[in-house]
Design a protein around this ligand. Sequence first.
Ligand code: SAM
Length: 225
Amino acid sequence: MYGHKLSQRLAAVAQMVPQGARVADIGSDHAYLPVNLLLNKKIDFAVAGEVAVGPMKNAASEVNKQGFQDRIIVRLADGLAAIEPIDAIDTVVIAGMGGILISKILDAGPRFETLILQPNTDEATVREWLEQHAYQIVAEDIVAEDNHTYELIKAIPGDMTLSAHDKQFGPYLSEIQSDVWRAKWEHELDRKEKVLGFLQAATPVHEDRIAETQAEIATIQEVLK
Ligand code: SAM
């Protein structure tokens, strides 16, 4: 993957970025995303934030290679500390990290016009964070790549109320029910049915865990109906 050709996952993230946005890509690694957005003239300013020196050097090298040093500012910083008021950032992207880490990073910062989040895990935690911090989800996407599915969530300031079902399955994703989304939950259903089989065969019998897994299975079956 290079700045000029993104993975399917990062291409889906790029798709969600508003035209002309001033973007902070937090945890940018190689800065492929902001470089791609500039190459495609979707944006003309970004901050690429990185907490680790190696990835920060990768980002700087990619930015220099493209001659974008004046338009993509690479900063070594923890989370949103990479953003300075003079940057006038309106859109924050946090992709390729766990949902709990994404929520912690967001906890520490001010509000932004647009958040584009791509948690690798704990998507429900991210949705709950958004609900609790007066953001509303305005779009979701899901892509499959390398035997993994990745969910993307776009949010703007505003109130929303999410049910437990919305948090788990995604308010938009569960409405649209794309093939990728269905395959993810069919796979999860399969996994939970295997777990239930093991639990039922085990001694001593853990009635509480069996009941919990049966309830989880019923929830997934219901949503896949
Ligand atoms: N965002 C890119 C993507 O989606 O392909 C890179 C994802 S990479 C798996 C995660 C990156 O986030 C790593 O380079 C890591 O150093 C960085 N990271 C983790 N915690 C961070 C934090 N608190 N602040 C900034 N960067 C962080």
